[in-house]
Ligand binder design. Structure first.
Ligand code: ATP
Ligand code: MG
Length: 416
């Protein structure tokens, strides 16, 4: 039987309809699956965001712990690349986290990390005991630290790097050194005072005779140079001896009413030669009314002399020396703390130079006996000045002035 064209078309249409239905149902199924996947994705997404928030919270928590500890913490990966560097590490090393994170430890520090990561295995001890080492950074002098290094591990126990926890021992060492010095000073004090006393007399003789001898030589005479050397040596020795004596002896003050400007003039009188030769401009402001304190004029002059001399020495090329005096009333609370002996009004003498100023970290130490950065210094100048001012119930403080240079402020109770 032969197929008619109409039958043929019906067949094709039927087949087409069937295919369309199949396609429709596949499409429906796909859409339903797509909906499911979308839901799944959404829930995964919110789960992921929750995890990210949780991790960021944990990270903030760990960071805040790291930042709050006073010990330095540095973490590295297996290539010694720094991955964590807390604030204490910044303070101790003088480096900034933003400059060192991602860099190798050896590029930032001149000392090795303290553990050989190429040589560690799964059963290596995780924490090394505390050791004392010197740490060195850049051009800075090496400083002592107490440190411990631990290996860091991933969840499955594989070693991922190491972390170093360290403490700066500089201050502790200095305190120990200071205590040792004080100890030595206490035992040797009496002896030193006696010896110094014994040295001073013949030394005065040497200085006197050398000075007489120097007059016998003409300016061009080579022997004059030698005598001048003897004179310089004797003078410097005399100064050390006097300061040592001054420091080891208790300050015995002969208290009277002292006009502050006179004490300052007295100290300046000793220094007029230094001032002229070194191109120093003196700016002096003694306040509108004369100020008086109760004190020993010689001792006060000595204390002022030490501070002004330091100021001049800080300006070898010349500069401004500014001395300001004014009175200052303390707030009631501070008056009460001081007790009834003092009326609560102070004279403040501020001595400012235009030299390089003092390193902030150094300021607490400059008053320690024997702390000096000068080749020929004894480091007793400020210690002596402090001792004198404290014997006058006063205080000395040092700071850097905003206009540059150092400013030393002596506060003494005002005498009505
Ligand atoms: N005006 C200043 N500017 C900068 N640094 C200062 C100033 N005054 C003191 N210093 C610092 O403080 C240190 C201690 O001062 P101090 O007067 O006690 O001893 P010295 O001056 O070094 O020695 P000496 O006074 O016994 O000759 C100085 O070596 C210096 O580093
Ligand atoms: Mg000095």
């Amino acid at each position: 039987m032969k197929m008619q064209p109409a039958d043929n078309l019906a067949e094709v249409l039927k087949a087409f309809n069937e295919s369309t239905e199949k396609l429709q149902s596949s499409y429906n199924a796909l859409q339903a699956r797509f909906g499911e996947l979308n839901l799944e994705l959404e829930s995964k997404n919110s789960e992921l965001s929750r995890r990210v928030a949780e991790i960021s919270e944990i990270k903030d928590y760990v960071d805040s712990i790291l930042e709050s500890v006073t010990d330095g913490v540095i973490a590295v990966d297996m290539e010694y690349r720094i991955t964590a560097f807390n604030r204490a590490a910044e303070r101790i090393s003088g480096l900034e986290a933003k400059d060192v994170i991602g860099r190798r430890f050896g590029e930032c520090f001149d000392t090795d990390f303290g553990v050989d990561l190429e040589d560690v295995s799964g059963d290596s001890a995780s924490v090394s005991p505390y050791v004392l080492r010197n740490m060195k950074v850049g051009g800075r002098e090496a400083f002592p630290v107490r440190e411990s290094t631990s290996l860091t591990r991933s969840g499955d126990g594989a070693i991922t790097g190491a972390v170093k926890v360290f403490e700066d021992l500089t201050e502790l060492r200095e305190l120990e050194e200071q205590a040792r010095r004080q100890d030595r000073l206490a035992t040797l004090g009496q002896m030193a005072a006696t010896v110094a006393h014994e040295i001073r007399n013949p030394l005065g003789g040497i200085e006197g005779f050398a000075s007489l001898l120097s007059r016998d030589f003409d300016d061009g005479d080579p022997r004059l140079k030698l005598v001048t050397k003897i004179l310089e040596g004797a003078r410097s020795l005399n100064r050390v001896v006097s300061e040592l004596l001054m420091f080891t002896r208790p300050v015995k003050c002969d208290f009277r009413r002292v006009r502050v400007s006179e004490a300052i003039d007295g100290a300046m009188g000793f220094l007029s030669e230094n001032m002229e030769s070194s191109n120093i401009k003196l700016l002096r402001n003694m306040g509108p009314t004369p100020l008086y304190v109760r004190g020993d004029p010689d001792e006060l002059r000595r204390a002022l002399l030490n501070i002004i001399l330091n100021a001049l020495q800080a300006m070898p090329e010349g500069g401004d020396l500014e001395i300001n005096c004014h009175s200052r009333s303390l707030p009631e609370a501070a008056r009460q703390m001081l007790g009834t002996g003092l009326n609560g009004t102070w004279v403040e003498i501020a001595i400012r130079d235009s030299g390089p100023g003092i390193d902030e970290s150094e300021i607490p130490r400059i008053f320690n006996p024997f702390y000096t950065k000068k080749e020929k210094g004894t480091g007793l100048g400020l210690a002596v000045a402090t001792k004198i001012i404290e014997a006058h119930c006063g205080q000395i403080t040092a700071a850097n002035s905003p206009e540059g240079g150092a400013v030393f402020t002596i506060a003494l109770p005002l005498e009505d």
